[in-house]
Write a protein that binds this ligand. Structure first.
Ligand code: SF4
Ligand code: SF4
Length: 144
């Protein structure tokens, strides 16, 4: 069984500022609950918290995310009427007003509908993602 915070080769634990592969160790992250629960980056998922790989994760409401204070969603450009495919470890999806919002943790802003379509299809080659991987690695090097 894989750690719920393991996602596309990266650790998306909420203890990290950004997802990073720098703290991933296959034996621990994919070794089953005994291994991954002993990891210092592991936290139990709260009900309704977004998980990484494995199972069908529930989604946090935007109101509970704490982002509502600094970000004002503009429904005509941000509100999605479908749950986006967030294979990119830097995309967080929230429920909002009967639909969904997508937030990029590297850009630290909500994504527009057209951006979300690009992220869904081309996240592996996204230049922003590359920056996130580099910054995440640096962040984990200073915090781990
Ligand atoms: S085991 Fe630790 S490092 Fe690996 S994905 Fe889980 S929380 Fe992250
Ligand atoms: S902009 Fe790039 S890094 Fe951000 S969510 Fe989209 S694909 Fe991921």
């Amino acid at each position: 069984m894989v750690c719920p915070w393991y996602k596309n080769g990266m650790c998306a634990s909420p203890k990290l500022a950004r997802p990073t592969s720098a703290v991933v160790h296959a034996d621990r992250c994919m070794g089953g609950p005994e291994q991954y629960k002993s990891c210092s980056f592991f936290v139990e998922q709260e009900s309704g918290e977004e998980a990484g790989a494995g199972g069908t994760p529930a989604i946090t409401s935007f109101a509970k995310s704490g982002l509502e204070k600094k970000l004002k969603p503009y429904p005509p450009i941000h509100l999605l009427d479908y749950r986006p495919n967030n294979e990119c470890p830097f995309m967080k999806v929230y429920e909002y007003s009967g639909g969904y919002l997508a937030y990029c943790t590297v850009l630290e802003r909500l994504l527009t509908r057209s951006e979300v379509e690009t992220c869904e299809q081309h996240w592996k080659t996204c230049p922003v993602r590359r920056v996130g991987v580099m910054v995440g690695r640096r962040t984990s090097e200073t915090t781990a």
